[in-house]
Design a protein around this ligand. Structure first.
Ligand SMILES: [Zn+2]
Length: 71
């Protein structure tokens, strides 16, 4: 006897992603995160890599929002 409820066919499982394939993305995201933390948290005063105050002023609100010491 057939069931009146249609059961959809099973979907194939997505192919697994190996660590070798995903490691460059982890490294890339880690570098971006480290640069973001540096520029938001430490790009000022004696630790500034870039001359001037443009980067400091651009990220100033983010610095205060994330409770990094500023002034
Ligand atoms: Zn400030």
């Amino acid at each position: 006897m057939r069931s009146p409820i249609a059961i959809p066919p099973a979907r194939p499982a997505p192919p697994p992603i190996s660590l070798r394939e995903i490691f460059p993305w982890f490294a890339f995201i880690g570098i971006l995160a480290a640069l973001s933390v540096y520029f938001v948290g430490a790009e000022q005063g004696a630790y500034a890599l870039l001359p001037g105050h443009a980067v400091h002023e651009f990220l100033h609100d983010g610095r205060h929002l994330l409770a990094f010491p500023c002034h």
